[in-house]
Design a binder for this molecule. Structure first.
Ligand SMILES: Nc1ncnc2c1ncn2[C@@H]1O[C@H](COP(=O)(O)OP(=O)(O)OP(=O)(O)O)[C@@H](O)[C@H]1O
Length: 454
């Protein structure tokens, strides 16, 4: 140590190190933490004693401290993403006798206007880059890993995906809107031998009937007024060698269903205005939330097309059928939104969690994602509270969903719910709760104990 520093008592040096830098970590040359200051541990929500001796990558996300300790090259003012926020990190090697013996890193997060401006600039750049990154690849945006869920239904479906993805058979994915049908379609393509070829999606319900044919099969130059010079390739041709995802196939007009069936059976298409057929090799994945069997009876969907596409049926469960996945999905969406916004959310108020669990989610995962996104935006503190939920969920208690429950269970659920609300309102003060609900101290404790609310 520098001779002048030796005169400074150790406790003074310790105080300086603890406070001079906002957050400080020191690693040895193997990347093991040998020192980390209290403020940093507090931010990371880790216990200081338990972090000492652990590899820095196990404690700090996106860290490069172990790399600097190895290369000996300092990294100054580098952007680092930690716990939903962009920070400025300095990483400096400590060199003795020409050898790197350790490295120290400091992390700054300055809540100044200037920093906020830079933070949002970086985020908007990243958001703008995202579509280009997606366009570079084959069109696949999701893999099986993006399908979250630990329920038996989801585990079995993911197994089924692995079994059928490598064959060329057509797959019909059924399920309510927002259940994740598109995610499954992407994953099947991504796991198939066609994964390096295009994945092309057509939303059969969103394209007007008169345009659907040219969209699917393309057209020749001069095929109709307004046709593009040189003609236009249809989605079948664009998907050649890969997968054509026919979303909302139940909404396809009957006239198009005939043409689609012909194309699938012959493996050939005829662009509008052309007299020549073109061979195409596409794998079909279709999806719908419509009751196709009823539509066949009503002559609104062709039976022969149904059998052609329904070789392997897939049924994606609704969110209410797999309520056990709710907690995981909520945590995932909070993470996703906070990462994007650079906001910190530590948890969810327990009343809010109860509401989310008892709601029937008619819009499924899409609705859940939207509710969480809005709640993260609207939450002022670090907890998602009742007032950041949409009005229809805030009043959710009024509409009780029976779900085949017995009266005893309904009474108990309601009792627990009322107790939780009162505890929340009275900041856990049992005397006030007892007064508010008009119950004696012993009854209150008995009930709190029964519902594990103590
Ligand atoms: N298992 C899952 N894990 C994580 N996110 C999911 C899951 N399932 C669906 N999502 C998300 O929910 C949203 C809706 O999914 P998707 O578009 O695949 O539903 P869909 O069934 O195709 O809906 P629609 O019938 O309305 O087209 C997407 O943002 C998707 O990322």
């Amino acid at each position: 140590m520098n001779a002048k520093l030796l005169h400074i008592p150790a406790d003074i040096i310790e105080t300086i190190v603890e406070n001079a830098f906002e957050w400080l970590v020191v690693v040895d040359r193997k990347g093991m933490i040998i020192y980390i200051n209290h403020n940093y541990c507090e931010f990371l929500e880790v216990n200081r004693e338990e972090t000492i001796g652990r590899h820095v990558t196990e404690v700090i996300e996106n860290t490069r401290m172990h790399i600097v300790a190895k290369t000996g090259k300092e990294e100054l003012a580098d952007l680092q993403f930690i716990k939903g926020n962009y920070m400025i990190a300095n990483r400096v090697p400590i060199i003795k006798n020409g050898e790197v013996i350790a490295a120290f890193g400091t992390v700054f997060f300055r809540d100044t206007q200037e920093w906020m401006k830079m933070d949002s600039h970086v985020k908007s750049l990243l958001t703008r880059m995202q579509p280009y990154i997606q366009k570079i690849d084959s069109g696949v945006k999701y893999t099986l890993d993006d399908i979250l869920g630990e329920s038996q239904q989801i585990i079995s479906l993911k197994e089924k995906v692995k079994m059928v993805s490598n064959s060329d058979i057509s797959i019909l994915i059924r399920g309510e809107s927002g259940t994740g049908k598109e995610l499954f379609a992407h994953s099947i393509h991504q796991l198939s031998s066609r994964s390096q070829k295009p994945f092309i999606k057509v939303n059969c319900g969103a394209i007007p009937e008169n345009l659907l044919e040219s969209e699917l099969f393309g057209y020749e130059e001069g095929a109709f007024t307004g046709a593009k010079k040189g003609g236009k390739k249809g989605k079948f041709q664009l998907a050649n060698g890969g997968t054509l995802f026919l979303d909302e196939i139940g909404d396809m007009p009957l006239s198009m269903q005939v043409k689609l069936l012909r194309a699938l059976q012959d493996g050939e298409i005829e662009p509008i205005g052309s007299t020549k057929s073109i061979s195409v090799d596409v794998r079909i994945i279709a999806a719908t939330n419509r009751p196709l069997e009823n539509m066949i009876e009503e002559k609104r969907f062709r039976e022969d097309l149904f059998y052609r596409i329904n070789v392997v049926p897939f049924s994606v469960p609704t969110l209410r059928e797999r309520a056990e996945d709710l907690t995981l999905l909520i945590a995932h969406f909070i993470d996703k939104v906070t990462n994007r916004l650079g906001k910190r959310i530590a948890g969810i108020d327990r009343n809010v969690m109860e509401i989310l669990k008892s709601y029937s989610w008619p819009g499924n995962i899409r609705e859940l994602e939207n509710v969480i996104e809005a709640a993260v935006h609207l939450t002022k503190g670090e907890q998602i509270t009742l007032d950041s939920l949409p009005d229809y969920l805030q009043t959710q208690t009024a509409i009780y969903r029976f779900n085949n429950k017995k009266l005893k269970d309904i009474v108990e659920e309601t009792e627990k719910w009322v107790l939780m609300q009162s505890l929340e309102r009275n900041s856990d003060d049992k005397v006030l709760v007892g007064k508010e609900l008009g119950v004696s101290r012993s009854t209150l404790y008995e009930k709190l104990n029964k519902y594990s609310l103590l």
